[in-house]
Design a protein around this ligand. Sequence first.
Ligand code: CA
Length: 232
Amino acid sequence: MTHILIVEDEERIAAFVAKGLRGAGYSTTCVTRGREALALIRAGGVHLVILDLGLVDMDGFDVLRRVRDEQNPVPVIVLTARTSVGDTVAGLEHGADDYVPKPFRFEELLARIRLRLRGGGHGADVAVLTHGPLQLDLHARRMRVRDRDVDLSAREFALAEMFLRHPGRVLTREQLLSQVWGYDFDPGSNVVDVYVRYLRRKLGAEHVETVRGLGYRLVDAGVGEQPELAQR
Ligand code: CA
């Protein structure tokens, strides 16, 4: 399983990212200090690092520089509230593979992670999610229902992906909100319901069931058809 190290001293963000990554099929470790991060990276078994710049004991740039000084090629995605062009350039010069400014949406981070891991052959990078007549191609960013291509907005796509990754499981509004919209979104919003309605209109209402008082569930779309994960 692809293992991702999250180096972040803000517990709320670390927990949000870790939860999302586990849902996407990755294993995670969270640390808050640069020193711990360096020890784990040196020990091996880390396939990608998500690195905050403002850490308690060190600057994230120093962590990054040491990793690269040691000729360690592990992909590093810098995650930070610093958004100046100067910091972006510095991050890339220090050997970061990518740079995601806070606040960010989980789907954005996940897309960057997939991009960095692609070709690495670690196995978690599932290309096509299939459930009955529904087929979601994560690389081509394409949704098909039977033989029909369906146009989805980025948000609808992310929502469809959540359902297809957890077929048959009840997903609460809170889960969908945090995974698809991000930690900064107002929990009282009805945006999930609105987008589920959009999705039903596009995919067919029969695929997404309302579970009263709980949330939504992707239902078995056909007798004898099993949910399946296709690897590319
Ligand atoms: Ca920080």
